[in-house]
Design a protein around this ligand. Structure first.
Ligand code: G4P
Length: 286
C-alpha cells in the first residue's frame, strides 16, 4: 500500500471546501479527464463535489489515447447521463464544441432566461481536474475563442472575481485542482506512466516494469514494431534488447537501465508507440 500522505499536498484538500462553495454559483461544471485514463484521472470525491450541477466531461489529450478504448469509456459516461466530448486542448481540437454542448445541456435554463427578456450572457463554469490534465491549456484555448474579438481587446478580462474567457464562458478565479485516487496501486502506476504525477512517488524501475508488462499484454504489436522485440522475452530480456539496440551501455558493456527506462517512458508519453490507453472499462469499478 502506498503512503497516502506523500501523494498530494494539503492545499489540494484545503481547496475542496472552497470549490464546493463556489460550485453553487456555476451554471455548469466542466470536468477534465485524461483521455488515456478516463477512470484513474477521476477525483474520488467528484460526485460529492459536483453534486447535482449540470456537468460536462471532457476527455482531454485525445491525441495521445487509444481511440477505441476511449470510445468505450465515452459511451459508458454517456450512459451514466453525462454530456461528453473528446478534445485536444493543446491543438485546440473540438474546443469550439464545448460552448454549444454547454448551451445544449443548459437549454431549459437559458430558454427561461430568454423568455424573461434577459440578455445572452456568458456561461458561468468551473474547470475541475487533477494536476497536469490540461486545465491551463484549455483555459488558454477558450480565452482565444472569442467570436467577436476586436482590436486589442484581450481574450481574458477580469471583472471582479469572474474571469471572462472569450465571449462564451466566465470562470471564477478559484483553481479547480483536485487530487487523484490513491488507494489503488494500479491507478498510481497509470498516473505515473502518463506523467500525471511527476513526483518520485513510485520508483522508476517499478513504473517501467508495470508499463512494459502492460504494453506486452495489450499492445504487443506496437512493442515489436518500435523495439524489434519478438514478444516471447521476459521483462529483463526486453530491457536488455532495447538497451542494446539503443546503445544504452556503460563501461564493460553493461546495460544502462536508467537510460532504457527514460527511453521507454518518453516514448509512451510522446506517442512514439501510438495512442495508448491504460484504463480498461472491464478492469475498473465504474
Ligand atoms: P494543468 O493546468 O491541468 O495542471 O495542466 P496543463 O494545462 O499545464 O497541461 C499539462 C501538460 O499537458 C502541458 O505540457 C500541456 O501542454 C499538455 N497538454 C494539455 N492538453 C493537451 C492535449 O490535449 N494533448 C497533449 N498532447 N498535451 C496536452 P507541458 O507544459 O509541456 O508540460 P510537460 O510536457 O512537462 O508535462
Amino acid at each position: 500500500m502506498m503512503k497516502q500522505i506523500q501523494w498530494f499536498p494539503g492545499h489540494m484538500f484545503k481547496s475542496l471546501r472552497e470549490i464546493k462553495e463556489k460550485i453553487k454559483l456555476m451554471d455548469i461544471v466542466i470536468v477534465l479527464l485524461d483521455a488515456r485514463l478516463p477512470f484513474s484521472s477521476v477525483n474520488p470525491e467528484l460526485n460529492k463535489i459536483i453534486s447535482h450541477k449540470p456537468t460536462i466531461i471532457l476527455f482531454n489529450k485525445m491525441d495521445l489515447a487509444d481511440e477505441k478504448i476511449l470510445n468505450h469509456f465515452e459511451s459508458h459516461y454517456k450512459r451514466l447521463g453525462y454530456a461528453t466530448l473528446k478534445i485536444d486542448a493543446q491543438s485546440g481540437k473540438n474546443v469550439n464544441k464545448i460552448h454549444p454542448l454547454a448551451q445544449e445541456v443548459l437549454k431549459e435554463k437559458l430558454n427561461r432566461e430568454r423568455s424573461k427578456g434577459l440578455k445572452e450572457r456568458p456561461i458561468r463554469t468551473m474547470i475541475l481536474g487533477i494536476p497536469n490534465v490540461g486545465k491551463s491549456t484549455l483555459i488558454n484555448q477558450l480565452s482565444k475563442s472569442s467570436a467577436t474579438k476586436t482590436g486589442n481587446t484581450p481574450g481574458v478580462t477580469k471583472a471582479q472575481q469572474w474571469i471572462k474567457l472569450g465571449d462564451n464562458f466566465e470562470l471564477l478565479d478559484t483553481p479547480g485542482v483536485l487530487w487523484p485516487k490513491f488507494e489503488d496501486k494500479r491507478v498510481g502506476y497509470h498516473l505515473a506512466i502518463t506523467g500525471a504525477i511527476k513526483d518520485k512517488i513510485l520508483p522508476e524501475d517499478d513504473i517501467v516494469h508495470y508499463a512494459l508488462t502492460f504494453l506486452k499484454e495489450k499492445y504487443l504489436e506496437r512493442l515489436k514494431e518500435r523495439y524489434g522485440i519478438q514478444g516471447d522475452e521476459d521483462y529483463v530480456s526486453m530491457l536488455d534488447h532495447i538497451g542494446k539496440s539503443r546503445g544504452c551501455l556503460i563501461k564493460g558493456g553493461e546495460i544502462d537501465y536508467q537510460r532504457v527506462y527514460t527511453i521507454i517512458l518518453t516514448d509512451i508519453r510522446n506517442k512514439q508507440l501510438g495512442g495508448l490507453s491504460f484504463d480498461r472499462l472491464e478492469d475498473v469499478p465504474l
